[in-house]
Design a protein around this ligand. Structure first.
Ligand code: PHB
Length: 594
């Protein structure tokens, strides 16, 4: 298909300004960036020291340092500890997002998957084919102690899960050949890092390569005949699943819908009987949803400027574009910054804005503000690495981009996401910064960065306070629809915690209205004497205040006016960064936070 074509011959126009550069010279940095992201995605906790990255990728230490500097600048990595430990950071999810947003599958089908999970009270997932692997794009989890829990972005070998048999029913001989080659090279599936590793809780029936093929073929034949497939503990003892295909309007399998359970609750048979009719109905609704005209959220695509469209395909340093943020970073970091890596990442990430049909070279160039030659090089490199497909003149991201860190990032809790930003706030204002969510009539702390001063209050993650008397509680209550707000206030016992606490319901209602209008709350010694606190909301992509962040201040050290003038802008900037991170990891996370 298109991918092979792309790798086999240079794209049209490549020779317009002389011979193209040798691919290894022109595309090296982007490939190295992918290698670093893959290594981190597969590392425990998504973190490695630079020395471990050097060993894991086989790259020179100086190369790892330059790749890391670039990815840190892009927000795809964070340097922690002494600066030598590298951690995956939310902007890396833009790459996985290029497929998820581009395909529009999570957006179109996620709500139906959630409804099915609620209806059956079981976990539900959607998976797509990724060559001979199966990659999850939506996971709706029920809160239960399942032994393994796969995440949006994780991949499984086709022969070890229910969706695999359904996808393989459509395989051509070349696909089986690729599958054989992989199995021969990696019989224990070590490359599938989401699989539980043999060890203490080892798979009771270690795969015997001679038996894998006939068993897989038998399951494929059954899946083709029945129109559904089962997983009876293929991955792990206890884990069972039933799967049905979701055809697109042309009849091709767009994705596979699975219901996952455990032998402590169901047998495969009882699960099939209980779930299959509802799953089939759901898959039919999904096919209808895929037939409906999609309205992909267009990225803010600027109209191509005449200089870009008429630019010759030269490999000279491209002109700086006001849209190209890599130019300023290059100026700042000099040779320590790999501009072609940064540009390649932005081209790949931008493909998500093109919807299911993808983007032409000109559209990708215009969306990133980069010259066509630069965009073409990034797309060719990405195609060679299996991250991009070319259908005629259009390029689209493939599910494999999800291996570049998406699974790990999609799993971050709100508190984990906020932590580095809270630490920055605490360092900037020399006071403690926290995040809390609303829980009934209380707020509950989910993250906190202490300021190194002795605190007058002992606050930890999990600590609860009455919402009405706290700044975070007030911004969260203020965001609620009137009825919900009133109900929570009715639940609350409005007791005066200090002489300053507002306990009059009408006065409180007025304060909440003002808070909603100003988008921040300042609470002055209403929770505790001597404690002042200022808070702003953190919004999810739908615009709801899902959490609040605050700074707590000693009344003696900071006046209300100083809090507004100095602390509020810093807090607002941090809340905006957290909201942006949240948007980056929300594409396939149907069970976000769950
Ligand atoms: C899952 O969604 O976690 C899942 C689905 C199908 C399987 C195994 C796991 O066969």
């Amino acid at each position: 298909m298109g991918v092979t074509e792309m790798t086999a011959r240079p794209a049209a126009g490549a020779s317009a300004a002389g011979a193209p550069p040798h691919p290894d010279e022109s595309v090296g940095p982007l490939e190295r960036g992918f290698a670093v992201l893959r290594a981190l995605a597969n590392a425990p906790g998504g973190r490695l020291r630079a020395s471990e990255l050097t060993r894991g990728t086989g790259l020179a230490r100086s190369t790892v340092d330059r790749v890391a500097t670039t990815l840190v600048e892009l927000g795809a990595l964070r340097a922690e500890g002494d600066g030598r430990e590298l951690v995956l950071a939310p902007a890396a999810a833009r790459l996985g997002g290029a497929y998820l947003r581009g395909s529009a599958l999570p957006e179109t089908l996620g709500p139906l998957a959630r409804a099915l999970a609620a209806d059956l009270d079981e976990s539900v997932s959607l998976a797509v084919a990724d060559r001979d692997a199966v990659r999850f794009i939506v996971q709706v989890k029920r809160r239960r102690a399942l032994s393994v829990a796969f995440r949006a972005g994780d991949a499984l070998p086709a022969e070890r899960c229910a969706p695999g048999a359904l996808f393989a029913a459509g395989w051509q001989p070349a696909d089986f050949e690729a599958w054989h080659t992989r199995l021969a090279a990696d019989p224990s599936c070590a490359a599938f890092t989401a699989l539980p590793r043999p060890g203490r809780d080892a798979d009771p029936t270690p795969a015997d390569p001679a038996r894998v093929e006939p068993e897989f073929r038998a399951r494929i034949a059954r899946a083709a005949a029945d129109g559904w497939a089962e997983d009876d503990q293929l991955i792990e003892q206890g884990l069972i699943a039933v799967a049905v295909p979701v055809p697109d309007p042309t009849g091709a399998v767009a994705c596979v819908l699975s219901v996952v359970s455990h032998t402590s609750r169901q047998t495969v048979r009882s699960l099939t009987e209980a779930a299959l009719p509802a799953m089939r109905a759901c898959a039919a609704r999904m096919t209808e949803a895929l037939a409906a005209p999609t309205s992909p959220t267009p990225s803010p695509t600027p109209s191509p400027s005449p200089t870009l469209t008429s630019e010759p395909e030269s490999d000279a340093q491209p002109p700086e574009s006001p849209l190209d943020p890599t130019a300023a970073a290059k100026e700042q970091h000099g040779p320590g910054y790999l501009q072609s890596l940064a540009r390649g990442i932005s081209v790949l990430a931008a493909l998500g804005g093109g919807g299911p049909a993808g983007m032409t070279l000109s559209e990708a160039a215009a969306a990133t503000g980069l010259p066509r030659a630069t965009a073409r090089r990034a797309l060719l490199t990405s195609a060679r690495q299996g991250y991009v497909a070319a259908d005629g003149p259009r390029f689209r991201a493939l599910p494999r981009v999800l291996e570049l860190g998406y699974a790990r990032l999609s799993q971050l809790s709100l508190g984990e996401l906020a932590q580095p930003h809270l630490a920055e706030v605490a360092a900037a204002v020399h006071e403690s910064a926290s995040m809390a969510v609303l829980d009934g009539a209380d707020i509950r702390y989910v993250a906190r960065a202490a300021a190194g001063r002795i605190m007058s209050m002992d606050i930890m993650v999990g600590t609860r306070f009455p919402a009405y008397a706290t700044s975070m509680g007030r911004v969260l209550l203020a965001d609620l629809p009137a009825e919900d707000r009133a109900r929570r206030l009715e639940q609350a016992d409005l007791i005066p915690l200090t002489p300053h606490t507002v306990t009059d319901r009408a006065a409180l209602a007025h304060i909440l209205d003002q808070t909603a209008a100003k988008h921040y709350a300042l609470v002055d010694q209403e929770l505790e004497e001597g404690l002042r606190s200022i808070a702003v909301p953190v919004h999810d992509p739908a615009g709801r205040a899902v959490a609040a962040v605050n700074v707590s201040l000693h009344a003696a050290r900071t006046s209300p006016a100083q809090a507004r003038a100095v602390v509020l802008p810093i807090l607002r900037a941090a809340a905006a960064r957290i909201s942006a991170d949240l948007a980056l990891i929300s594409d396939g996370a149907a069970g976000l936070g769950g």
